[in-house]
Design a protein around this ligand. Structure first.
Ligand SMILES: C[S@@+](CC[C@H](N)C(=O)[O-])C[C@H]1O[C@@H](n2cnc3c(N)ncnc32)[C@H](O)[C@@H]1O
Length: 199
């Protein structure tokens, strides 16, 4: 691990900075008793920690392959996660497990790619699915299509990095807009470049 990665690990693992996304998810599920959700792309667990600690009856599927460089799962998006080493991602995984240990009875960890993990999740079982993994157009489109059937009627499909100005190569907006339009869904956007579709 180089100095830059060490610095990133120290500052990002220990300091939750996902309050905007957590706020947007939590306000949509606060009235639901014992909700079940999925987060696709967990990384250091910043969002998972906030969701699990602020909604103490939440069960969360945490889906991430924690692979790092060379995995080839990230399309042509210049996503920095694809540059991290395997060792670094192993360390991130270990820290994430520690950070969410307080909710170990309510977390289901799937260390695999999203296009494999979907078979572990029953159709119509989720109150929400938050997509924040492969930000390429193809990756986001595939996650939307694979996880849409997992969500209950009245639940939420959503995610991060919708039209984020810092990441012009991300294809999230195109994938989400196309899906919402094709299925005549209302699209809501929220804090921290989040998007949500009520189902
Ligand atoms: C931006 S980070 C997630 C941040 C997290 N949702 C949060 O709010 O704190 C993206 C993560 O997605 C994972 N990822 C990317 N593509 C993936 C795929 N196809 N399957 C599984 N995980 C993937 C990466 O390993 C990385 O940890």
């Amino acid at each position: 691990m180089n100095c830059l990665q060490l610095l990133f690990l120290k500052h990002n693992v220990l300091k939750p900075r996902s309050s905007g996304r957590a706020y947007e998810v939590l306000r949509r599920i606060k009235h639901i008793k014992n909700p079940v959700g999925a987060e696709l792309g967990v990384f250091n667990g910043n969002l998972s920690v906030l969701l699990l600690s602020n909604k103490i009856d939440l069960t969360l599927h945490m889906i991430d392959s924690w692979e790092g460089e060379g995995a080839g799962y990230i399309g042509d998006t210049e996503d920095s996660v694809a540059t991290f080493s395997h060792q670094y991602m192993n360390d991130i995984f270990a820290k994430t497990m520690q950070r969410t240990d307080f909710a170990k009875d309510r977390r289901h960890v799937h260390r695999m790619r999203t296009d494999k993990a979907h078979t572990d999740i029953a159709d119509g079982s989720l109150d929400f699915c938050f997509i924040d993994a492969d930000h390429s157009y193809e990756g986001c489109k595939s996650d939307i299509e694979l996880y849409r059937p997992k969500i209950k009627a009245g639940g939420w499909l959503g995610g991060h990095d919708y039209d984020h100005p810092k990441y012009p190569l991300f294809g999230v907006k195109r994938a989400v807009d196309e899906y919402a339009q094709a299925h005549h869904h209302r699209l809501e956007t929220g804090k921290n470049y989040t998007w949500f579709i009520p189902l």
